[in-house]
Ligand binder design. Structure first.
Ligand code: MLT
Length: 407
C-alpha cells in the first residue's frame, strides 16, 4: 500500500484564510440580511487599470491569429516582461539585476511556498511571529517544522517575536538558523524596516551563511522616504537574498495571477559534499520542470504597467488603498484602538478590544458590526490578542465599517 507525506497530517486541518472564509460563509447563511464588509484576506476590490485592460484585449486578439498566436512560453517568463522588470523595478533605481535573474511566475504565494524544493530539508528556518502562514505551513509540509508544541510554535522553527514591547521589529535570531524569512512591508503587522535595520539583517546573513528569503509583495505601498523597497538596495544582499514580488496588490492581479522571484547569480549554497552551488540554475531547473510559465495574455497585461499610463494608473490605485488605510487609522484611533501599520502598507494591526482573544474579537466584529478581519493568532502565537484589517475594500465600505466601529 502506498504511503502519504505524513507531514501533511501534522498541520491544522485548514489554511488560515480558508478557515476565515468558511466561518463567513456559515455566518452569512444563518444571517442572510447581514451586510458584511470584508477586511479579512488581502484581496483587492479596484478593477484592473485601463492600460492593463487594453493590453489584455490586444493579447487576446494576438491569440486569434496564426502568426501572433502563442502556445507554451518560456517557463521563466517572456523576455518582453523580464526586461521591463529589470529596467524599471531595479536598474532605474540604481539596483543591478539582470533579466536572467528574474523568474516570472503565477504569484509570490506559489514561489515562497515552492522555493523550499531547492533547499535541503535539514535547514533550520526562522520566521517572525506573527508571520504570513505560507512560510511556516510549506516548511512543515517539507518536514522542516518538527512537531506542533502546546504553545502553538513548531519545534524545529525559530520564532522571532514582533510584539508591542519591541515595536513589532524582530530581533536577530538566537540560534543561527540557515534560512530566514522576512516580509517588508510586513504582512500581517503593516510595519516597515528602515535601511539600517535591513542592513543589519543582510550583514547577519553574510556573517552566518544564512539565506534570506525576502518577500517584497507590498513594496508598492512604501511612501516614507528612505524606506527600501527592495532588499537589493542593501549592499551585499545579492550574495544572500532571494526576493519575491507580486503584481497582486500593486496592480490588482489577485485573480489573474502574476509575480516574480529574483535569484541573483552570486547566491550560492553548500551541497552535501561541501561544494558551493549557485541557486539561480537550481531554481531555473525547478521552474522549467514543474511550471509551464504564466500565460502570455497575463504577461502582456503586466507589461502595460511599465508604460507611463500604467505607472500612473497603478500608483493611483495604490494611493486609493493607502487613502482607505488613513481613514481606518484615524477612525480606529479615535475609537480607542491601539494600531500599527497602515502608512506604508495596506494592513493595520490592532489590539483586540477588552482583552478579547483574536478569535473572540473576530466573532464580536462579525456578529455585532458585520465586519470581517483576520484573527492575529492565525499568524502565530505572538499574534494572539491582535487582529488584522485590510485597506483593500472600497472607500465607501471602509468609511461605513469605521462608522460602525465608532458607534
Ligand atoms: C493575505 O491576506 O495575507 C494575502 O492576501 C494572502 C496572499 O497574498 O496570499
Amino acid at each position: 500500500m502506498f504511503t502519504i507525506n505524513d507531514n501533511f497530517t501534522l498541520l491544522p486541518s485548514s489554511y488560515l484564510f480558508s478557515e476565515v472564509a468558511a466561518r463567513i460563509k456559515a455566518y452569512s447563511e444563518s444571517h442572510p440580511d447581514a451586510e458584511i464588509i470584508r477586511m479579512g484576506i488581502g484581496d483587492v476590490t479596484r478593477p484592473l487599470c485601463p492600460a492593463v485592460i487594453d493590453a489584455l484585449h490586444k493579447a487576446v486578439d494576438d491569440e486569434s491569429a496564426m502568426d501572433t498566436f502563442h502556445g507554451y512560453g518560456p517557463e521563466q517568463g517572456y523576455e518582453f516582461l523580464a526586461s521591463k522588470i529589470a529596467a524599471h523595478d531595479y536598474r532605474d533605481r540604481g539596483i543591478d539585476i539582470g533579466e536572467d535573474e528574474i523568474f516570472i511566475s503565477d504569484g509570490a504565494k506559489s514561489d515562497t511556498g515552492n522555493i523550499g524544493d531547492i533547499l535541503s530539508t535539514a535547514n533550520r528556518i526562522a520566521v517572525t511571529d506573527p508571520v504570513y502562514p505560507v512560510y511556516v505551513d510549506t516548511n512543515v509540509m517539507a518536514g522542516r517544522g518538527g512537531h506542533l508544541l502546546p504553545d502553538g510554535h513548531w519545534s524545529k522553527i525559530e520564532y522571532l517575536p514582533c510584539t508591542q514591547e519591541n515595536g513589532f521589529v524582530p530581533d536577530l535570531p538566537a540560534t543561527a538558523p540557515d534560512i530566514i524569512y522576512l516580509c517588508y512591508p510586513n504582512n500581517p503587522t503593516g510595519t516597515v524596516l528602515d535601511r539600517a535595520a535591513l542592513t543589519m539583517w543582510v550583514e547577519y546573513c553574510r556573517k552566518n551563511g544564512c539565506l534570506l528569503l525576502f518577500d517584497a509583495a507590498y513594496e508598492a505601498f512604501v511612501r516614507t522616504p528612505g524606506i527600501p523597497r527592495s532588499i537589493y538596495e542593501i549592499d551585499g544582499a545579492r550574495e544572500v537574498a532571494i526576493e519575491f514580488r507580486s503584481f497582486s496588490k500593486t496592480a490588482g492581479f489577485t485573480g489573474i495571477r502574476l509575480g516574480y522571484t529574483v535569484v541573483p547569480k552570486e547566491l550560492k549554497g553548500l551541497d552535501n559534499n561541501g561544494n558551493m552551488v549557485r541557486l539561480n540554475p537550481l531554481w531555473r531547473r525547478r521552474q522549467t520542470t514543474k511550471f509551464n510559465g504564466a500565460s502570455y495574455i497575463t504577461q502582456r497585461g503586466a507589461e502595460a504597467l511599465y508604460t507611463p499610463d500604467g505607472q500612473s494608473q497603478s500608483r493611483e490605485t495604490v494611493d486609493y488603498y493607502l487613502g482607505n488605510a488613513a481613514v481606518m487609522l484615524d477612525g480606529l484611533r479615535h475609537a480607542g484602538y491601539s494600531c500599527v501599520g497602515g502608512t506604508d502598507s495596506p494592513y493595520i494591526w490592532l489590539k483586540a478590544a477588552d482583552g478579547m482573544s483574536s478569535w473572540e474579537f473576530f466573532d464580536h466584529l462579525l456578529d455585532r458590526y458585520h465586519i470581517v478581519g483576520t484573527p492575529g493568532s492565525g499568524f502565530g502565537p505572538a499574534g494572539e490578542g491582535y487582529f488584522r484589517l485590510t485597506a483593500f475594500n472600497t472607500r465607501e465600505n471602509t468609511i461605513k465599517a469605521i462608522e460602525r466601529l465608532k458607534s
